[in-house]
Design a protein around this ligand. Structure first.
Ligand SMILES: O=C(O)c1ccccc1N[C@@H]1O[C@H](COP(=O)(O)O)[C@@H](O)[C@H]1O
Length: 217
């Protein structure tokens, strides 16, 4: 039996990877616009990657502290359903981006300790969704996509006024436990379904979604 767990697969770089994610049962497909990432796509690559995404599957652009010029180009060049802000965007900037582009915004918040819970409450007031990710290590090249999990007990049993998604170090071996421990109804994965950085593996994506959705509510 399948539960209603919704899975986002992030860092898809071409139409074949997107098709495999859709086939696996992803509810969201993510495109990374961050040049330092092995998953980075240009606007042209992103547009052709999502050309055949069926209606009902959300196309998400991940950006990191993007300015209006970059966002204008991304939003103007790629058909999108959501923006994922994965940098140090302030609550004011989140509100500004929401108003300027008219797209739902998901704010990623790095979680390492109980002191980060206040941030989640603050962003819940301005974002349409929250994404809880592990805080990147100091000197990490990427602010996410590092395959690191945080202590799920920090968010277990908590509630927010907007939908939220669990991310960080998820893979087929731990996603069921992560859902059970946190009560997440949405999960996001990137490096955990790759055969090499930036290369999504169709079987790993299918196994991940099946494992997540096998969890009972
Ligand atoms: O995936 C990336 O390359 C990336 C780059 C910059 C910011 C965020 C990025 N990925 C996001 O990080 C989390 C966790 O990823 P992982 O499963 O631990 O590899 C996820 O939300 C990705 O969308």
């Amino acid at each position: 039996m399948h539960s209603d767990i919704r899975v986002k697969i992030c860092g898809l770089r071409d139409a074949a990877m997107v098709a495999s994610a859709v086939q696996a049962g992803a509810a969201y497909v993510g495109l990374v616009f961050f040049p330092k990432s092995p998953r980075h796509v240009s606007i042209e690559e992103a547009r052709s990657a999502v050309v055949d995404v069926p209606p009902g599957i959300a196309k998400v652009a991940l950006v990191v502290d993007a300015d209006d010029t970059s966002l204008d180009a991304i939003v103007g060049g790629v058909p999108l359903d959501m923006l994922q802000l994965h940098g140090a965007e302030t609550p004011e900037r989140v509100a500004e981006i929401k108003a300027r582009y008219g797209l739902p915004v998901m704010k990623a918040v790095g979680v390492a300790g109980s002191e980060d819970m206040a941030q989640l409450d603050i962003y819940a007031d301005v974002a349409d969704q929250l994404l809880m990710d592990a805080k990147p290590p100091r000197n990490a090249a990427l602010p996410g996509g590092n395959g690191l999990a945080f202590d799920w007990r920090l968010i277990a049993g908590r509630k927010w006024s907007v939908p939220w998604m669990l991310a960080g170090g998820l893979n087929v071996g731990n996603v069921a436990e992560a859902i059970e421990r946190t009560g997440a109804r949405q999960v996001d994965v990137s490096s955990g379904v790759e055969s090499a950085p930036g290369v999504k593996d169709p079987q790993r994506m299918a196994d991940f979604v099946a494992s997540a959705r096998a969890q009972e509510p």
